[in-house]
Design a protein around this ligand. Structure first.
Ligand code: 13P
Ligand code: SF4
Length: 323
């Protein structure tokens, strides 16, 4: 099987995680996307949960939610395609109001973003007068606008402590709030939102993994329930987990997070054995090479933020980025 030069050299990168026959089904879209990016002066920002043919094949910038927000500010392009979920595209638009931001599928949502509204925040503020509101970036722009400051899983404790107050409303991820609460003296009032992917992991899964894969290092995302984080060896955002593998080089590791993450990290670490329980995020998986190509061909789906809330939402994100 002969591949054209550029697709062939790209294939070298992903050959450990994508069979060649499967890559051949991707190569036409990969070639077309690379050309469309040049033609439209576009860049693709991809979250760590995107599939390897997107992550390693066509993305220009990859990372966790914090890195994508930070790097969105520095992008020098006319068009940003966000290969991730809607709140990430909204954040990129907030930080780049004059650029065109596209998301390949408008339905790519998030159970956390769905779990809370600005009206909920107004009621919480009434119930807890004077208590500042920290919201996870996994929220709509309207919810960000109703908040004092945003955070991600990579900086949550830092953000909470930066406020210099004894009590904070930390919304909407209950488990993230409870996991951060174990590390800080600040009292955290939580909401009842959960990530539909991470809430599926249990402490019992970890016990079984340790039994079946002796010596395995268990890394968990802080959206997992607190007893899971407690039973793990280490917890951190997707980028922090990836850095951990790069620095510590465990001989055997399991990442308790979305499925594609292990594939993307494994590409860089042939010496590490990845154990892969697979929980897929159905929202992240809505993004495909096919709809990225369509997004670039047809300029769809353009992400906009209501001007009535954009300034307040941007302020909450920028306040986080300034920390
Ligand atoms: P991070 O990449 O910021 O760790 O977030 C994980 C996540 O679930 C994003 O939707
Ligand atoms: Fe939302 Fe969870 Fe999917 Fe991340 S993995 S986008 S938090 S549902």
């Amino acid at each position: 099987m002969n591949l054209p030069i550029s697709a062939s050299s790209l294939y070298e990168r992903v050959s450990r995680v994508i069979p060649k026959a499967e890559w051949l089904t991707f190569q036409d879209d990969v070639e077309a996307i690379l050309e469309l990016k040049r033609r439209h002066n576009a860049v693709i920002l991809a979250h760590n949960y995107q599939t390897p043919e997107i992550f390693h094949g066509v993305a220009d910038i990859v990372g966790d939610s914090l890195a994508l927000a930070r790097k969105a500010v520095e992008v020098d392009a006319d068009v940003i395609v966000l290969a991730g979920v809607h709140f990430m595209a909204e954040t990129a638009k907030l930080l780049n109001p004059t650029k065109t931001v596209l998301i390949p599928d408008l339905e790519a949502g998030c159970s956390l973003a769905e779990s809370i509204t600005p009206q909920d925040i107004a009621l919480l503020r009434q119930a807890h007068p004077g208590v500042p509101v920290v919201t996870y970036v996994n929220t709509s722009a309207a919810v960000k606008a109703a908040s004092d400051i945003c955070c991600t899983s990579g900086n949550a404790r830092q953000v909470v402590e930066s406020l210099g107050v004894p009590k904070v409303l930390m919304l909407p991820d209950e488990y993230l709030a409870r996991n951060v609460a174990r590390e800080t003296n600040v009292e955290l009032i939580a909401w009842h939102g959960h990530c539909e992917v991470h809430e599926l992991f249990t402490a019992d899964d970890i016990h079984q993994l340790r039994e079946n894969y002796p010596g395995v290092t268990v890394l968990a995302h802080p959206e997992c329930p607190p007893d899971v984080v407690e039973a793990a060896d280490f917890a951190g955002s997707t980028a922090v987990m990836s850095d951990y593998v790069g620095k510590k080089r465990p001989s055997r590791v399991v990442l308790l997070t979305e499925c594609s993450m292990s594939d993307n990290v494994a590409v860089h670490h042939p010496d590490v054995e990845f154990v892969r329980p697979c929980n897929l995020c159905p929202h992240m998986k809505r993004i495909t090479l096919g709809n990225i190509r369509k997004a670039l061909e047809e300029g769809r789906h353009e992400v906009t933020v209501d001007p009535a809330i954009a300034a307040d939402a941007r302020r909450a994100v920028e306040r986080m980025l300034a920390i």
